[in-house]
Design a binder for this molecule. Sequence first.
Ligand code: ADP
Ligand code: MG
Length: 252
Amino acid sequence: MIVEIDGVRKIYQTPEGEIGALEDITFSIEEGEFISIVGPSGCGKTTLLNIIAGLETPSGGAVRVDGTAIHGPNARIGYMPQKDQLFPWRTIWDNVTLGLEIQGKKDAEHRARVQELLMRYGLRQFAGCVPSQLSGGMRQRCALIRTLATSPRILLLDEPFSALDYQTRLSVAEDIHGIIKKEGKTAVLVTHDIAEAVSMSDRVAVLSARPGRLKRLIDQPEMRGLTPMERRDHPQFQRYFNLLWKEIDRCA
Ligand code: ADP
Ligand code: MG
């Protein structure tokens, strides 16, 4: 067991009063597992990722990684935000090594690892380019390589494909899923796309409307070990899709 989310609550204090964002969230994530979090807009998905990342403090409960409670940002956790957030004026190389630079780890060994990641994932010849010279999918891959460069064990992805058109989204999801599996990482993906959740993850956590509570944790044992495209072709795909569709709270 690697990540334990134990009775996590979050209440935001605002000038208009308290906003309950999360209520008693408890589940754990195994090493190497891919979990998706789905739920209606505003139910606390980003808040939960921020708490796991140590960027926000829970109002109650705790998050533990390998038995140790998270207090603040942690090198074992990599965060890939919603937009690729590459700096337009920095080259791809200067973008993918940014995390190392911030952590003061831009030494020969880490630089060599980033070179290898760029080569393995087809981006080495673009190292000297700026982000605007790359396709949306390639930029997303750069954002992932930047996150992988610091060697986190857990990757948190907050709607990482939402800015991409549908076709690109399918192929980038395939791509990113392959990289995460090949690198043996544990991943938590927030998405509002339930087909994406079914196609990418081993288990799906469904949060209720605000305050987000864990409504259901759906295991998809038949899907383990398959690529997203293979899952979309799987006879059980539609069943899991329908299960999620029924489970998610919706405004009428
Ligand atoms: P989601 O990612 O599921 O759309 P969020 O986690 O971003 O939801 O937000 C959950 C709820 O908490 C929303 O109602 C949002 O307005 C509120 N919220 C998020 N961050 C803050 C904050 N810093 N201060 C006050 N309220 C916040
Ligand atoms: Mg969000």
